[in-house]
Ligand binder design. Structure first.
Ligand SMILES: [Zn+2]
Length: 503
């Protein structure tokens, strides 16, 4: 694709992963938005999704007219006022730019507002009303997208990430942009079809570099290599959203052949359904995990507190269950990344580096993840939380804003305590605090999957913990009301697997 054209696209994005349970416990999160030309200028040349879209459009001589990109303010579900202000900006931008050739959206999938369960479906429905039946509306989707009926009905096609950690967000955004331009040049005629096995999958089992998700992604690539197929996706879904459709969705785009697309979407859906038992989490009780870690001849052994993940819209990252067990067992030469506790950070700064302090840490923001833990520790380091990301670190590592950060050493365990939650995708974070992550026997990392990008290369062993928490594996404990039932695995012990057969 090198020919010039006068193709005009309107671009805009509303990305959110909305944790719909117990909103009263969610701190209200501010929205982050970039408008118009500023959005293009600050993303041009970067490895962001929008950076990919800009790169492809500029290479192909296609005009991309920006509206707004970002995420609405949220208290779990997106606040309507913030959502509608973004949506209206997109709609007005389209109306002003008409006539246009296509709409290039940038959505995460898995969003919900105060009044809409299917945020993306609502966006494409409203955009469709403005542009009419003929103009293509496309978007990339995160692997954690939940795809609702309106999303399928009103959008033209989507390309979802194949990898978690999301190494391929740039490539998938480039792919959807390229397919849109080829469509507008009359080179392809994309027909998309969907299928949904009645399944939800806990994120800890969605790791694309490991079985069973690895096998599913291999199957996705096998289908993509077949004649007539333009793209295939298996969205593993975001399970912490109580919406009327289950998270796992397969999507296949075939060239001019809807029937083929449907056959392949069904085949992929059946493939993942047949593997359903393999998607049940194999997490390890904390005490057993400590035994296993102590038995390893060399460290670091990573204990992944997947339920206290700071991302995923859910986690406060202030759980104390695993840390308490380590202290009770007398574990030493360990490091905790990290504990979110602004009060404790302030207290440590007040007493100063080199002083000893007794205080309660963690367990303050939300129930279920352990009580505040009284510790006496030595303030080893105080930092402004800024660090220079490593080369090749996840692009969002540089956005991790820890704010004030301290290291408190409690009986041989270095606990990194931050004002805000901290990402776990870059070892530079430890080093900025004077800590060497490879020197410890155990690293307790509060993260579900994204930590693997930085930690897998140094870990002698990694153990995923069976801890309680808002981003954890205990899906049946959530107060489901809307989710279409029966669904695997929530109902399997009530009605049996054969009655849960996928459609
Ligand atoms: Zn994701």
């Amino acid at each position: 694709m090198t020919e010039k054209s006068n193709i005009r696209l309107v671009g805009g994005g509303i990305s959110h992963e909305s944790f719909t349970f117990v909103p009263e416990y969610m701190p209200k999160r501010p929205g982050i938005q970039q408008y118009g030309q500023e959005a293009l200028d600050s993303n041009r040349g970067t490895r962001t999704n929008l950076g990919a879209m800009i790169e492809v459009c500029e290479r192909e001589g296609v005009e991309l007219i920006p509206t707004v990109y970002g995420s609405p303010a949220s208290k779990g579900r997106c606040l309507d006022e913030s959502y509608y202000s973004m949506l209206n900006t997109i709609i007005e931008g389209i109306e002003k730019a008409m006539p246009i050739d296509g709409v290039l959206l940038l959505m995460h999938g898995g969003g919900a507002t105060e009044t809409e369960d299917d945020l993306e479906g609502h966006v494409v429905e409203q955009v469709r009303k403005v542009v009419g039946d003929k103009i293509p509306i496309v978007s990339p989707f995160d692997m954690h997208a939940n795809i609702g009926p309106k999303t399928m009905k009103y959008g033209t096609f989507y390309c979802g990430y194949d990898r978690y950690p999301h190494f391929d967000s740039y490539e998938r955004s480039a792919e959807v942009t390229e397919l849109l331009i080829e469509t507008l040049r009359g080179k392809i005629d994309p027909k998309i079809a969907y299928a949904q096995p009645n399944m939800i999958i806990t994120p800890v089992m969605q790791k694309s570099e490991y079985y069973p998700m690895k096998a599913v992604i291999a199957k996705v690539h096998e289908i993509e290599a077949e004649p007539g197929i333009l793209s295939a996706t298996c969205a593993a879904g975001y399970p912490y959203a109580d919406v009327p459709y289950p998270g796992v969705t397969t999507m296949v785009i075939a060239d001019g052949n809807k029937k083929l697309a449907q056959e392949k979407a069904n085949e992929l859906s059946q493939f993942i359904w047949d593997m359903r038992l393999d998607f049940l989490a194999r997490v390890v009780p904390v005490d057993r995990a400590i035994d296993m870690a102590l038995a390893e001849p060399e460290g670091p052994v990573v204990l992944a507190d997947q339920a206290d993940n700071p991302g995923g819209g859910a986690g406060a990252q202030d759980g104390t269950v695993a840390l308490k067990a380590m202290l009770d067992r007398g574990v030493t030469n360990a490091c905790v990344l990290g504990m979110r506790d602004a009060e404790a950070v302030a207290k440590a700064i007040e007493v100063g580096v080199g002083s000893t302090v007794t205080m309660k840490i963690g367990g303050k923001l939300r129930p279920w993840v352990g009580d505040p833990l009284e510790v006496t520790g030595y303030v080893k380091c105080i930092s402004d939380g800024k660090y220079r990301p490593s080369r090749g670190a996840a692009w969002w590592a540089s956005r991790d804003r820890l704010n004030k950060t301290v290291v408190l050493n409690v009986k041989g365990i270095d606990i990194i305590i931050t004002e805000l939650g901290c990402g776990t995708t870059d070892l530079a974070l430890y080093r900025s605090l004077g800590l060497d992550p490879t020197s410890y026997k155990m690293l307790l990392v509060k993260s579900c999957v994204h930590y693997r990008r930085a930690h897998d290369p140094i870990a002698k062993k990694t153990i995923e913990l069976d801890t309680p928490g808002w981003h954890g594996t205990r899906l049946a404990a959530f107060p489901w009301k809307k989710l279409k039932r029966p669904v695997f695995p929530l109902d399997v012990e009530a009605i049996g697997i054969s009655e849960l057969k996928t459609e």
